[in-house]
Design a protein around this ligand. Sequence first.
Ligand SMILES: Nc1ncnc2c1ncn2[C@@H]1O[C@H](COP(=O)(O)OP(=O)(O)OP(=O)(O)O)[C@@H](O)[C@H]1O
Ligand SMILES: [Mg+2]
Length: 453
Amino acid sequence: MTGQQILIVDDEARMLRVLEIMLQKMGHDISCASNGMEALQSLQETPVDLVVSDLRMPGMDGIELLNQLRAQGNNVPFIIMTAHGTIQSAVESMKLGACDYILRPFDMEALELSINRILATGRILRQNDFLRRELEKGWEGFIGESPAMHKVYEQIRLVAPNKTTALITGETGTGKELVARAIHRASPRRDKLFVPINCAAIPADMLESELFGYEKGAFTGAHKERIGKFELAHGGTIFLDELAEMPVALQAKLLRVLQENVIERLGSNRSIPIDIRIIAATNRDPQAAIAENRLREDLYYRVNVFSLELPPLRDRKEDIPALIHYFIAEFSKGSSSMPKITEDALSNLQQYAWPGNVRELRNVMERAIVLSGGKQLDMTHFPLGANATKEKAPLQDNLSFDGMSLNCAIETLEAKMIAAALHNTDDNKTKAARLLDISERSLWYKVKKYHLE
Ligand SMILES: Nc1ncnc2c1ncn2[C@@H]1O[C@H](COP(=O)(O)OP(=O)(O)OP(=O)(O)O)[C@@H](O)[C@H]1O
Ligand SMILES: [Mg+2]
């Protein structure tokens, strides 16, 4: 058991020095205080794994120090050192929550034994605590034990410690933002800000000032200076969601930020150095977005240093029951009872294709719990569309373009994609149009054209 932080408190400078050397030899990091007040102060600034304190000290004695710590809710393990004559007080200190006492004059071996025992139990307790929290919440708030999700967890752990820029891809609702937050939390930047920016939600002409900030008078309406999200995220992480929706000109500017680590506010030519980690996400296929000139290829290569692709829910159906139970618990929090769900409903939900992935499942569960009024959940509470709950026969995928003109091939492919989108959304034209990223009107037109009614 080495490498722990220990604070020694003793008013006798020589004793302090001897202990310091001994404990350092055991491989620990030692800090010292010569009285109770100093110890309290030092603990406030730097928490430690263990306090070893003398009992008799002028001013605040060891028992009072222990008392104050416990009153502050600080449960740091505490060993009290005491001379033979004051054994009664030592017993008193145990009642107050000291973990052990050592009688003076002591041999080093006894102290070492005591320290090792206490640090070991402390570690087990902390581990238990950690494991319990993990079990309750799932890893970093994720639910899912499928191999596909474990691969995601592994990748998060892998990429988190470095400043590496990461690109998260995956269909809508697969958990891209959850992953971005998890990377931040698992990184050394966790104490700094995580600043999310949804490039699709902010009007294109405002995105630049949102990111870079501006000086007073930079443009009409800029009445006073404003710092941008890049500056705000300094030391932390910025999450650029829906990166492919960022105007291409701004993408070029972003690339410069990534290469030079400086920004200039709008209306200023002063370079401000920034230290940020960038995580980007898109639910488009990046290659297709590049082909359509929505995403700059050079930016793509720069952010895609590490890429993480989230699996759609339909490819990890084994996670669906756990997610359902998790959302039931979440949405019935605060009410007296937790609704149960029928086997039938559960298996139906597990078969559904979930085009909107976990987000859709979450919304469906929330609505069902409201509908059921806290009672048992059955299929009537899940209006997923007439045949939505049955696994549909896969569409034929044996298109052959042999001998076709280009136009004819394009139309064949177009018709197939539209049919698939309608199939996956239970003929919901709004959703299908969104999936295909075309207007609803143009979808109606094409449905007629290809007789897909
Ligand atoms: N594995 C998971 N366990 C628990 N909750 C999840 C999981 N994945 C996603 N969620 C939840 O589903 C919802 C959608 O997730 P998130 O916003 O991260 O998806 P997204 O990929 O960013 O979607 P979009 O592309 O639509 O923005 C959130 O409420 C999130 O907490
Ligand atoms: Mg998102």
